[in-house]
Write a protein that binds this ligand. Sequence first.
Ligand code: GLC
Length: 739
Amino acid sequence: MKKLNCLFFLLNLLYLNTIQAQIYRPSAATERRANDLLAKMTLDEKIGQLTLYTTDWGSTGPTIREGYKNDIRSGACGNLFNSHTVGFVRELQRVAVEETRLKIPLLFGFDVIHGYKTIFPIPLGEAASWDLEAIEKSARVASAEASAAGLNWTFAPMVDISRDPRWGRVMEGAGEDPCLGSRIAEARVRGIQGKKIGDTDAMLACVKHFAGYGAPIAGRDYNTVDMSERYFREFYLPPYEAAVRAGAATVMTSFNDYDGVPATGNNYLLTDILRKEWGFRGFVVTDYTSINEMVNHGVTADDKAAGELALNAGVDMDMQGAVYQRFLKKSVQEGKVKMADVDEAVRRVLRLKFELGLFEDPYKFCDETRQTTTLLSPEHRAAARDVSRKSIVLLKNENNVLPLNKSQKIALIGPLADNKSELIGNWNGAGNANDCVSLQEGIANLRLANLAFARGCEVEGTDKSGFAEALRIAQNADVVVVAVGEKAMMSGEAASRADITLPGVQEELVLELVKAGKPVIVILMNGRPLAIPKIAESAAAILETWWLGTEAGNAIADVLFGDYNPSGKLPMTFPRSVGQVPIFYNEKSTGRPFDPNSKWTSKYIDEENSPLYPFGFGLSYTTFSYGEPKVDKAVFKKGENLQITVSLKNSGSRAGEEVVQLYVRDLVASATRPVKELKGFQKIMLKAGESREVKFTLTEQDFSFYRRDMTFGAEPGEFDIMVGGNSVDLKKVRVRMAD
Ligand code: GLC
């Protein structure tokens, strides 16, 4: 018996070495290595590679599993999330590559949404910069830090278009527009994945949430999404496609249904569009237990059927649901799922693990020194400060009360003026609020002679006992700076609000301060557009600062005192009231477009149609003037490009950046079209008095849309080409596309 065991041990050793020889040889092509390994795997081991569990380091959903280490050891779990830092990753990776039969390394995923340790502005805030280079840089730094902490996969970028500020997850996206959203999605994928997958300073990106998650009925998270395919393809799909075509390695399904079928079981989305139309070759992971939730959706009777629906629709990896782990083997044995489809799903996962280089060195992302020197480095903080400044939007500046000068007596007031914990926003990675620079610290860093502080009130609650002290210091000051807004957890996942005004008694505090008679500068810190008409009316100046992260206080101080001239533009419309929602710039004309002189037109009897602040809006400390847009031909043939030139002048007294926006309207078409659509933008820096000829090229794609028969293409006819510094104040020229 002993001899037999010894022989078996030697044979097993030989067999494993053969495996090592075969699949660990980096020279072999990835496809060959993936297939070699696949051929050696049992069905249980295959299912393990299609399973993703969180550890107890943090949960981002309703359930958490015990015993994940045993799941790794048994091969039942081949991927983890919410587990990071070199020490913890090394410990878990060791179990996978030393204590399992085939030694397949783990993927380590995490929600690095706007920074890992150095926290950048929330994505909606970064989108307000309209600065693709800055946005890419932000994602690059986040990826460099996270990969230095053991991670190799981030669940970002979130590219869900949304026109509804009640929905809390608007903070994670790039706002309401498919053109801006697509360019930003591409920039974030580039930043996350770096020069190439496999570099130790880069991670796999994960485009989410596929698809249409940003349009839940009533703005209530996880609610039903129901829209026409035309709407879906024109307004909601483009950023996912842009991210996939930019090379995103993975895609995450969304919780919602689309056209009556949950995205996690939607063959049309996951196979027809994602793989057949767009040629996506990476793998699809579900959102947190979204397979299981198809039972709640009422499209499957139990988890096992949900797993079959998901795998057959194109889902490769089950996040946290343990559905594939519990039932997929039986589904294969019953013929309800084909082994070939399981193999293809596993192949997609293995390909990326090979491309990451994890088989050559499972610990390549586990370098303690790199972790220490990379996280929160001075360069990263400087990058965060730069992106943060560029994300600030100047919404009002009456009588040029801004920028302030450092000799003024300043009363700094408000519940968010000295706050750090809210500054890192929601989805704040491994960020630590203590690393943040508060607004009070940012201003104090400027060594002002006269700076008084009083909180005045809290973000929530009805307590006004702090008003008196706030009013007292306001009376003794030249100017009042008041920081108000939301708590970070009032936006993000599962954080929709039916009321999008300022919480608590903050608005009352601001209005009381205005009565004190000194100019009041309002600093907004929030995760969504807010309905603040009274503040818009009475404040002297308003800066929208979102949640700017680690360098928030320094960035806001830079803008307050003019060390940086604000250049941000709104990526999402600000309504006057929640009753206008959904409200967006690219609306359609309707058969009775609003006419103030007629009762019988599309309007409210108790509210204006116009937003408080429109998409693309943002002021500067200087002024810009636009010439009339010029086209290289008034009539152009279908298929010909159209060149547009517009002269831009910095007509003010200081250098500044302007986001020149180009919109197009298709005046007559076989399907109703928006009154304008963003088709291009350029962020231009001009010195005082400097002029520049800004050029755009429009291609046939820019004039194309989903026609009445749902084919995509352009139709001859007249178009208005519009140019300006926001979606309302535009200059236009009419052109005609000939047949
Ligand atoms: C959450 C979110 C998703 C996130 C995932 C993992 O439920 O919907 O955006 O990436 O779970 O944390």
